[in-house]
Design a protein around this ligand. Structure first.
Ligand SMILES: [Zn+2]
Length: 176
């Protein structure tokens, strides 16, 4: 962010609470740069396979990710996760547990960051079909995931899934 949204003065960078913030020298506006929340789900079917969506949009067009997206105004993370799964894969899901959250910045957009919140879920209805930001959605067995997984947050979520499977967590095995 370069200019103050209140008074249009040019912003300056100051360290506040150990992080660089964009601060207005004229009206004291501070751009806190709090992360944007993204919610999504690791949907596990009765075979223990995981649902991935292929990205139809940049960045990482053609790469795979867990169905996820930016939360809308007034939504809970749970509501957003179910909605994103529905929009991107056609499936209705029931959340079965909490997977993890991850903070992520952008190398090319240093004034923007995201907090991912991932749940476990299981399919309860709908028809599998890519939609919205995804052009294909399908389940993969744990040992045959596609190599091109988009974003370190999704790679970390899948690593956590593998660890939870090894620990025999029921939600990670589709056993709930
Ligand atoms: Zn200002």
């Amino acid at each position: 962010m370069n200019f103050c949204p209140n008074c249009q003065a040019e912003l300056q960078t100051q360290m506040i609470n150990d992080l660089p913030r964009r601060v207005c020298p004229r009206c004291d506006f501070i751009y806190w740069n709090n992360p944007l929340p993204v919610a999504g789900a690791a949907v596990i079917d009765e075979n223990g396979w995981i649902l991935l969506a292929r990205r139809a949009v940049e960045p990482r067009l053609g790469w795979w990710n867990l169905p996820a997206g930016f939360m809308e105004w007034g939504e809970s993370a749970e509501e957003a996760a179910r909605r994103e799964v529905r929009e991107e894969t056609g499936l209705e899901v029931e959340l079965t547990g909490f997977l993890s959250s991850f903070g992520a910045g952008y190398d090319d957009l240093p004034w923007r960051s995201i907090t991912y919140v991932f749940f476990y879920a299981r399919p309860v209805g709908g028809t599998l079909a890519g939609g919205d930001d995804a052009d294909l959605a399908q389940f993969y067995p744990p040992d045959q995931l596609p190599p091109n997984i988009a974003f370190t947050s999704n790679q970390a979520a899948l690593a956590r899934w593998h660890a939870d499977r090894a620990a025999e967590l029921p939600a990670a095995q589709g056993d709930v």
